[in-house]
Design a protein around this ligand. Sequence first.
Ligand code: AMP
Length: 283
Amino acid sequence: METFRSLAQMKEWSRAQITRGETIGFVPTMGYLHEGHLGLMRRARSENSRVIASIFVNPTQFGRNEDFGSYPRDPESDSLKCRQAEVDVLFMPETQDVYNHEFQTYVDVERVSKPLCGKSRPGHFRGVATVVLKLFNMVYPSSAYFGAKDYQQLQVIRSMVKDLNLDVRIVSCPTLREDDGLAMSSRNSYLAPAERAQAVCLFQALQISGELFRNGEKEPMKYIEAMSGRIIREPDADPDYISLVHPETLEDLNVVDESCLAVLAVRIGKTRLIDNMLFEGRA
Ligand code: AMP
């Protein structure tokens, strides 16, 4: 495995691969890698002749009072994991190279960035879309792999790719979970043991929604009440949002027909966790 920090080196390597007819699978991450990330890398490995993973903690997607400074980092262990996942290139650009002093251009994916996490994290998806486009322009991927755990992010990227006519196939990969159902996340490392035990409430709330869906429930409020009921049983849980939305537009549903996305963000102590489940296939 090669490790590049330089943008010029990254571009040169990718251009050479494309000239040779190789396909490039790309997995952008912020590091502190877990099985969820590695699942994306394995999928990329199975579908491409070359795989690039990036680690970049992107400052423009963090709000002023968010955890940019304390975001967990472990480049050595990450590098080992990438090697084991048979990644060809680990790209770890420097912040000052990605965002130089004169930087002033952002990508704003308008509608789908607004609800849910967009409300409580203004500017977050602008930062995400901007850095993903920048990374695409350094890596030249044929396909890029994203986790369904960050469902709104996936929709933002899909819209950007379509609206800006990018030639990148976007691949969605299922959410990997711990044994009790908690979605894997680098931020789970913030949780104290008592908080970790409570964090399973997100998954369990989503499962309750799944039961309602399978039972034919059509009334969105029924889902939201049931999920809230599960969340507020935990003493350290404070919901940011609990919603039932259209899987593509992410707009609130008035009635649940053939498909819906149950989605929530909950603070457990100081740690904000997100999760979602897609329910479909009901007549
Ligand atoms: P992050 O490092 O948190 O920015 O995540 C990098 C990529 O890994 C994103 O596409 C995430 O959606 C994906 N990812 C994070 N956690 C999981 C998970 N538990 N299962 C699947 N994909 C994940």
